[in-house]
Design a protein around this ligand. Structure first.
Ligand SMILES: Nc1ncnc2c1ncn2[C@@H]1O[C@H](COP(=O)(O)OP(=O)(O)OP(=O)(O)O)[C@@H](O)[C@H]1O
Ligand SMILES: Nc1nc2c(ncn2[C@@H]2O[C@H](COP(=O)(O)O)[C@@H](O)[C@H]2O)c(=O)[nH]1
Length: 402
């Protein structure tokens, strides 16, 4: 249990029992979900780094200062909050840039439940809301030297605007032609370990004696650019991603034989013999897990490169339909500074007031949260946002709650 904050329960003047609230400049918002009251606010002090969260447990009468995970939103001059009844609280920040005004505070999602269990503390997690969706990321795994990088390069070359590569962190030294920030983020072990501890990684693993990991940001920047993310990671990493909120497609690449794998590694000429032997030894276990662990949706044999590439494209729906499946880049949300919030089912109605929009009748923005995807520790995608005519679209008589 954390230390009691410097205010009393009676100070919660902005609580709305119906799950709505609005934070004014000088007080915090309170949202009640079952027997817990979440105080979401924080300081107007410019030096504060993020919106603060405290929890009052009605059952025990205790205050908790939770462990806060995810990328945290910067403090603002006010915000609205709506409980979505699925373990998430939607936060709409006042007066912030279009791409930074919708956030989700996860208080009881699967991810948060898992973290609570692991950490043994009260946990909440922030996730930024993003309009639109992107195609499912693709996890490509397989033993070292099987040809993962070669196949990924072919995909990126043929479909440059469709795919983006998740640039991993590693503690191994760069090879001759490798560039920092392009092939890997080459990192000191102590720095990477600290970032892992800070929750910045989607997955990480010790592979062939070095630390490798996918940062949450590495995947999200690709999706933010409207591209389908490709991850080249080992089997341990694939298992962790399977257990995460990232809904990916998992493909395991197999060599035609272990002899051929050894030939490829030696012909590549990037590792000393000792390292090659270590990689080949690890390959045995990886092959075993890749084929039988149930992690992977598809197994591809990379015997003849061109055949394997064609097969991979087929699995990704790229056999002639590439242009049709391409998605638009997700856009920011253009919300005005002053607004109030109400809700009809899965639609959050944001009343903007007439001056913000050209026509007085077009004064409502609808935030459809019925198809949310992803979430903490990454972004929450799938938001649909549109302006409506409050009279012609039958939204008359919405019960104004805040
Ligand atoms: N089907 C193939 N037939 C013959 N050689 C291949 C084939 N596919 C890839 N190669 C070659 O094998 C070597 C290893 O390929 P690559 O570097 O793509 O493997 P990788 O799986 O990405 O390895 P790592 O996991 O170590 O990064 C390269 O020299 C590549 O040109
Ligand atoms: N679990 C993770 N594995 C990763 C990541 N990035 C790369 N890898 C795997 O490491 C081996 C060796 O790579 P190399 O570049 O040193 O040859 C290979 O199997 C990669 O798939 C990562 O972020 N996480």
């Amino acid at each position: 249990m954390g230390k009691a904050p410097a205010f009393i329960v009676d100070d919660l003047q902005n609580e709305y029992q119906n799950g709505f609230g609005f934070k004014h400049e000088d007080c915090e918002i309170a949202i009640t979900i079952e027997d817990k009251k979440y105080l979401i606010g924080g300081s107007d002090d410019e030096s504060a780094f993020s919106i603060g969260v405290r929890i009052f447990d009605k059952a025990t009468g205790n205050w908790e200062i939770p462990t806060v995970l995810g990328t945290k939103p910067k403090p603002c001059k006010g915000h609205s909050a709506v409980s979505l009844n699925d373990g998430r609280i939607l936060i709409i920040k006042k007066g912030f840039a279009p791409d930074d005004c919708i956030w989700f505070l996860e208080v009881d999602t699967e991810y948060v439940k898992k973290q609570k269990k692991g950490l043994g503390t009260e946990v909440v997690a922030w996730s930024k809301g993003v309009r639109g969706n992107v195609e499912r990321p693709v996890v490509i795994s397989g033993p070292s030297g099987v040809g993962k990088g070669t196949l990924i390069s072919m995909l990126m070359k043929e479909f440059p605007s469709m795919f983006g590569f998740s640039v991993s962190h590693t503690t191994r030294a760069p090879r001759g032609m490798e560039k920092d920030g392009v092939h890997y983020h080459f990192t000191e072990r102590s720095v990477m370990e600290k970032e892992i501890e800070d929750g910045k990684f989607l997955e990480f693993a010790s592979v062939h004696g070095n630390l490798y990991g996918t940062s949450i940001e590495a995947v999200e920047v690709v999706a933010d650019a409207g591209k389908r993310c490709i991850l080249d990671i080992d089997v341990q990493g694939a298992r962790s991603v399977r257990d995460s909120t990232l809904e990916a497609i998992f493909i395991f690449i197999c060599p035609p034989s272990m002899e051929e794998l050894g030939k490829r590694l030696r012909a590549r000429g990037t590792e000393a013999e000792e390292q090659i032997l270590k990689r080949l030894e690890n390959a045995e276990a990886e092959m075993e897990q890749g084929k039988s662990s149930g992690i992977f949706d598809h197994i591809c044999y990379n015997d003849k490169l061109e055949d394997c590439y064609e097969n991979l494209k087929k699995l990704l729906g790229l056999d002639g339909t590439a242009v049709a499946t391409q998605k638009l880049s997700p856009q920011g949300i253009n919300l005005p500074v002053d607004h109030s919030v109400s809700r009809i089912d899965n639609k959050i109605i944001i009343n903007c007031g007439a001056p913000e929009l050209e026509k007085a009748s077009k004064s409502l923005i609808v935030l459809d949260v019925s198809s949310l995807k992803g979430g903490a520790p990454g972004r929450t995608r799938g938001l649909d946002v549109y302006a409506v005519d409050s009279f012609s679209d039958g939204l008359n008589g919405i019960n104004q709650l805040s």
